[in-house]
Design a protein around this ligand. Structure first.
Ligand SMILES: [Zn+2]
Ligand SMILES: [Zn+2]
Length: 407
């Protein structure tokens, strides 16, 4: 098995510096202009061939001396619309962009891929094949930047792909993943229920959309439960409900938004159909000939990223390699109701996506991703770099252990 490259102190300092620069300069999805510029500067300084991709993304390629396969390592680039408060930890690197924050660890992902790229570039004389670096914009916003990267031929010539995502709430250094389906298929929905407004003194002439909304919310979960296999894992949530302006008036309409997640298309379809069936029945029950209009609804469902499926053969070999080198590898975690557009890459080529725990209770770092107080134990950045270089080198040396010949 390939010996790996342990990052030295200088490189570990560099990866922290990079992460802090990205953290201080967060940009929203498809607005990663400064981020893109910085990545290009660094790749240029390392002598790594690169080009822009997907508007605000970058791909780079490290060419090994010997011919071989190509493996991609991916970092997402976007931040979130969150105001970062000052904490005990972030005094030196708090976000400089008001209302925008790297609260999902993507700052760390870019730093880790750049540091891994530097080590691999230094070693290119010994590489059997190539390494594609994918800096992908807009992971957080549907339809996601991965689709654009693929459309812009960022995945062309790549045989396999690896993604490491930092995870708050998990112990620093813990590596988590599973073979097969891992992350969910999310759907967002917007529902508008239209009734007939009027004075509270004459309900007989109104169709109360608030009442319909309340009945929908209290009954749809049970309806869905009775239509799905009890073993089926899914979730349906309500996010917003808005309606009415005046305390003694029945409003004309109510708007509800929310999301649901499942691990296969059939389940997602059943959830949507059941919502519609429930609403159809409520519309029927709330008809009122005195109102002069019929109650009706509009339900728009936006389908999100596909289910993320880790390749079994790739995961099998990676597990052997990771368990030899890292103290905490959990290769059989439960299905996770999160979602990632990395799933699109895995629809095209084999590979794997894993989480790397980034919390540390002793250092007071405990928040989960997307919290305004999210932070990482920066010591895990070195672990992330080592995961990426280890798997890259082992894959290029023994690709047949990871992928079926000819793929
Ligand atoms: Zn996120
Ligand atoms: Zn993320």
């Amino acid at each position: 098995m390939t010996d790996d490259m342990k990052p030295d102190k200088e490189l570990l300092d560099w990866v922290v510096q990079l992460r802090r620069w990205f953290h201080q300069n967060p940009e929203l999805s498809f607005e990663e202009h400064q981020t893109q510029k910085r990545i290009i500067e660094i790749l240029d300084s390392l002598g790594i061939e690169n080009r822009k991709v997907a508007e605000t993304g970058v791909i780079g390629t490290i060419h090994g001396k010997e011919k071989g396969k190509t493996i991609a390592i991916r970092a997402d680039m976007d931040a979130l619309r969150i105001q970062e408060p000052e904490t005990d930890l972030n005094k030196e690197y708090r976000s400089k962009n008001d209302g925008v924050m790297h609260a999902c660890g993507h700052d760390g992902h870019m730093a880790m891929v750049l540091a891994a790229a530097r080590l691999l570039q230094e070693r290119r004389e010994n590489l059997k094949g190539n390494v594609r670096l994918i800096f992908q914009p807009a992971e957080e916003k549907l339809p996601g930047g991965a689709v654009r990267v693929i459309k812009d031929r960022g995945l062309d010539g790549v045989d396999a792909i690896v993604g490491v995502h930092l995870l708050g709430g998990a112990d620093a250094g813990e590596i988590r993943y599973r073979a097969g389906p891992y992350l969910a298929h999310p759907c967002d929905y917007n529902l508008r229920i239209r009734g007939k407004g009027g004075h509270h003194m004459c309900p007989q002439e109104c169709i109360d959309p608030l009442m319909i909304a309340a009945r929908f919310i209290s009954s749809v979960q049970t309806d869905i439960k009775t239509r799905l296999d009890p073993k089926c894992i899914y979730v349906l949530g309500f996010g917003t409900i808005k309606g009415g302006t005046q305390y003694n008036q029945t409003p004309d309409q109510v708007a509800i938004s929310g999301s649901f997640r499942a691990f296969d298309d059939a389940t997602a379809q059943t959830i949507e159909q059941t919502m519609r069936r429930n609403l159809d029945s409520l519309m029927e029950q709330h008809r009122n000939p005195n109102a002069g209009t019929e109650p009706h609804y509009e339900l728009k469902v936006v389908s999100g990223y596909p289910v993320l499926v880790n390749d079994a053969k790739f995961v099998h070999r990676a597990t052997t390699v990771l368990k030899e080198r890292f103290p905490s590898v959990v290769d059989n975690v439960d299905l996770n109701l999160g979602a990632e557009d990395f799933a699109y890459y895995l629809e095209k080529i084999p590979g794997m996506f894993m989480f790397l725990g980034a919390s540390n209770r002793e250092k007071g770092i405990t928040e989960v991703n997307h919290s305004s107080r999210f932070d990482i134990d920066e010591d895990v950045l070195g672990t992330g770099v080592r995961i990426l270089t280890t798997l890259t080198l082992d894959f290029l040396d023994t690709p047949e252990q990871y992928i079926i010949k000819g793929t």
